[in-house]
Design a protein around this ligand. Sequence first.
Ligand code: TYM
Length: 376
Amino acid sequence: MTDEDKNEMIVTPWEVKGKVDYQRLIKDFGTQPLTSELIQRLAKHMGGVHIQLRRQLFFSHRDLDTILDLYDKGTKFVLYTGRGPSGPVHIGHLVPWIFTKQLQDAFGARLYFQMTDDEKFVIEDNRILKETTRLAYDNALDVIALGFKPENTYIIYDVDDIDLLYDIALEVAKRITYSTARATFGFQDDTNLGWIFYPAVQAVPCFIHKKLTGQNLPCLIPAAIDQDPYWRITRDIAQKLGYYKPAQIHNRFLPGLGIGGKMNAHEPETAIFTTDPPDLVKQKIWRAFTGGKATVSEQRKLGAEPDMCTIFQYFLYLFEPDDKKLEERHRKCRSGEILCGDCKKELTERVNAFLGEHQKKREKAKDTLDQFHIKR
Ligand code: TYM
């Protein structure tokens, strides 16, 4: 295998590898770039340009303009996002959820949040269903800890709530051919039937609001771009079923602490989980890939490369709210004024402070879990 092959970009709902070229994804997936005009339109409702938009963590969309046009004319929308409970939540997952919370607050939108214990069970050979279901309830604590409003947040646990979803899933499944699904997801002869049916289940929350309330509202999905193939097939059939096409706003991937790809639960040594204790966080950050030079004296003389450094990305995504201070860190890194050890130490302190608070809120969330369940 050549270095080029190893670095080849793969972005599917189940795998993200190599150096991610976001402009190419916009082209390949057929989405639209998030323009400054659209960012300004969002800013009007969100009390300014939200930090995640300023930092360009969201970069692409489908029909966000339509959602805003409708909203301006008096049609509200619902939000929809989710989690495939394959293990503990990592801090990359929080990126779209933090933005979703801002949207919920700014637009007063109801959120449907899907926990796909079924998906994780069917796509991985050694998974036990009881375990993915247990993880679904465990991961919900992270969602609640972010401060979503219970009265406006409806968590769906696929296996336990399938009675609520099944009729819509059937309507969707009936209208998607196997050849479309195969072309979209790359299904093979040995792909199991559960996996092939599953995309119909992930489509359901786009449409469920009408069944629950009688109101046909459009839906906006904040998520990383890996989930986009699901919405492509859902958009194809939405209008045939009398619904709006679901709209999306796509975020970039928080990288893992290694080289390339995204933070990924399957590589636990390069992912920071929300349940990690302080010592483990320190250890992981300490071993991270940076843009530093081989020796201190070389780095002092030549400076380092923040743009290829994973540690810098963490400040950019989540852990440096002040734009000026971020710029200053970038400059000092390039000039050799600060060393990788300095950044690692500061990042460790910030991540641990954040996780300390988050873990307390997670514990508290155990008392309110039921208030968020779609069947409350
Ligand atoms: P899952 O559990 O793989 O990911 C949950 C959410 O996190 C996003 N994401 C990331 N964002 C930033 N940086 C990363 N490193 C990173 N890794 C993952 C994902 O795009 C996703 O938004 N099939 C879904 C569950 C699901 C869902 C949905 C997700 C069901 N319905 C609607 C989004 C919207 C899954 O396995 O997500």
